[in-house]
Design a protein around this ligand. Structure first.
Ligand SMILES: N[C@@H](CCC(=O)N[C@@H](CS)C(=O)NCC(=O)O)C(=O)O
Length: 207
């Protein structure tokens, strides 16, 4: 299988973590991509019209996106363990955790693109502030959940960990731990999983 990948993409990290947990790491070839909303990567666009990573091309010729679909595919074809709970409250909880993590990331990516891709004269401070507000209320919910969060890896906890890791990567001065001690402690505990360690973005990074 071939995975269009960027080592700084938190959604790609989510899929790479799932690939390790489900035992697919050795059968996935990573194709380095340079996704960007303005300077679109033509190779990725040829596979995925949205031009986004992660995008997976399977051995039987399917082209899959986005990270949610790829994660489900890998889980359904697991060679090791599953990360999507089968049923019941555990399943809905993990899926909702995934949605919150993805949504936090969507807001963070909008800020990142506003700061790096949009010309300074077109930036809108209120827009960025409202995206930070969204991140803030997502963090408050993770904090609320934190007493019940375990360090076990499910699609929910993997996504939350990738989302918090992305805040550290791209917004190192945003002190999210200060008001979210429970979330911070949980993040420290979950981050020791070898699959999360192996997929952490290299630092320091070029912009
Ligand atoms: N919902 C998508 C989001 C993927 C995404 O936005 N990836 C970013 C990189 S972190 C990207 O490819 N951006 C290029 C673009 O926006 O055109 C997923 O879960 O995979």
């Amino acid at each position: 299988m071939k995975l269009y990948y960027s080592s700084t993409s938190p959604y790609a990290r989510k899929v790479a973590t799932v690939a390790i947990e489900t035992g697919h790491e050795a059968v996935i070839e990573r194709l380095a991509a340079a996704p960007h909303p303005i300077d679109r990567d033509a190779q990725v666009v040829a596979a995925n019209p949205l031009g986004k990573v992660p995008t997976l091309v399977t051995d039987d010729g399917l082209t899959l996106f986005d990270s949610r679909v790829i994660a489900e595919y890998l889980d359904a074809h697991t060679r090791r363990r599953r990360v999507f709970p089968n049923e019941g409250a555990a399943r809905w909880t993990a899926l909702t955790q995934q949605s919150l993590g993805d949504g936090l990331l969507d807001a963070a990516l909008l800020i990142r693109y506003e700061q790096t891709a949009r010309p300074a004269e077109h930036r809108w401070d209120l827009w960025q502030q409202r995206q930070f507000d969204k991140i803030g209320s997502a963090l408050a919910r993770i904090e609320e959940w934190s007493p019940a969060l375990t360090p076990d890896l499910t699609i929910g906890t993997i996504t939350l960990a990738c989302a918090l890791g992305y805040l550290d990567l791209r917004f190192p001065d945003y002190n999210w731990r200060g008001a979210h001690r429970g979330a911070a402690d949980w993040f420290a505990a979950v981050s020791v999983h070898p699959s999360l360690e192996a997929t952490r973005a290299p630092q320091p990074l070029a912009a």
